[in-house]
Design a protein around this ligand. Structure first.
Ligand SMILES: [Zn+2]
Length: 282
């Protein structure tokens, strides 16, 4: 019995060694062939001469290389195709623009794939509870915001950013959560439908100040609000949802919500005491 077990064990070991060496040879063949292509013509010739299988493997590896090459060419093409598509989506045909200014409101929605071109976090103070996911703004607007916050600071007013760019996805989840919690009619009344928030443009910022950090209408009684009222237009910003213009904007009065439109438009809007909607109609 012992002899029998010893014989079986020996056979398994011998078979194992044979299998191992066969595999190794196979691996070396693949390895050898692929390095042939890259490294040395002489080796390639040797490999071709030595056996047919090497040739077949070489062909496979050639096809593989071609595939990799084609794939990388595809990769080179697809991002620019995406960029083109993105530009199409942000094009003036699709959304309401006037004099290069984008209008977003309940009637003029943005698609779920509208993403501002260059989003950056403005280098300003934010309210400590500000969500890092919504601090960004379109670069030009972010830089204007920095200039405005710095100017206010020089006059002893510390403005605080609260909420800038809000992606379609974020709007969607806020809206859906509200529907779940309080029903659709309540949600429709108090939460913007996805795509209707101007925050998706990357051109808006909700702001408060160290003297009043709540996002409520009492912000209008602060020095910061008075400063913004007198100066925001100099930096290209407008109070987007003014008191008494609710029917025009479709939004309740929001003394904390500012929109970047560029200095030319902001000066005119301020001087005429109009809304962005009215400015764009004329
Ligand atoms: Zn806002």
């Amino acid at each position: 019995m012992k002899k029998y077990i010893a014989f079986i064990s020996a056979t398994i070991i011998v078979l194992g060694v044979m299998l191992y060496s066969t595999k190794n040879e196979y691996i070396f063949k693949i390895f050898g062939t692929s390095s042939v292509e890259e490294n040395s013509e002489k080796q390639e010739k040797d490999s071709k001469d030595s056996n047919k299988e090497g040739g077949v493997l070489k062909n496979i590896s050639g096809i593989f290389n071609k595939y990799v090459k084609d794939d990388s060419e595809d990769k080179g093409e697809s991002p620019s195709a995406e960029i083109e598509e993105e530009n199409d989506n942000n094009s003036e045909d699709k959304y309401k623009y006037s004099q290069g200014i984008l209008l977003v409101n309940r009637k003029n929605k943005l698609d779920k794939d509208f993403i501002p071109k260059e989003l950056v976090v403005p280098k300003v103070k934010f309210k400590s509870s500000a969500d890092p996911l919504v601090k960004k703004m379109e670069k030009e607007a972010a830089e204007a915001l920095e200039r405005m916050f710095n100017a206010a600071r020089e006059e002893g007013i510390t403005l605080l950013g609260v909420s800038g760019y809000r992606s379609y996805k974020i709007q969607e989840s806020v809206y859906n959560n509200k529907v779940k919690k309080s029903g659709k009619s309540y949600a429709d009344k108090y939460v913007a439908q996805p795509g209707t928030s101007e925050h998706q443009s990357g051109l808006s910022m909700d702001m408060v100040s160290t003297e009043h950090t709540a996002l409520d209408t009492a912000f209008e009684n602060t020095k910061a609000f008075k400063w913004l009222d007198a100066n925001a237009h100099k930096y290209g910003f407008i109070l987007r949802y003014p008191k008494g213009k609710e029917k025009v904007t479709g939004y309740n009065y929001e003394p904390w919500h500012y929109r970047y439109v560029g200095v030319n438009a902001s000066e005119e809007i301020k001087n005429y005491g109009i809304t962005l909607e009215e400015y764009m109609e004329n």
